[in-house]
Design a protein around this ligand. Structure first.
Ligand SMILES: [Zn+2]
Length: 64
């Protein structure tokens, strides 16, 4: 299974997170988080638990 397929298998539910102001939206079926805009600041959202979201978490909280 490729990474892309694995992400697709995440299924319904979950949340989209704003990488700028950290507000979250419930993920809508059939709408990619990247296609959602933050209701507060207009930034592109990240799917919670996605690789992009994990990378953002790492940047936000350096392990040092
Ligand atoms: Zn925002």
């Amino acid at each position: 299974m490729t990474e892309k397929e694995r992400l697709h298998e995440m299924g319904p539910g979950g949340s989209c997170i704003c990488p700028k102001c950290e507000s979250s939206l419930p993920h809508r079926n059939g709408v990619k988080c990247q296609d959602e805009s933050c209701p507060k600041c207009g930034a592109k959202m990240l799917r919670e638990g996605s690789r992009e979201h994990q990378q953002w978490l790492k940047k936000k909280q350096p392990s040092s």
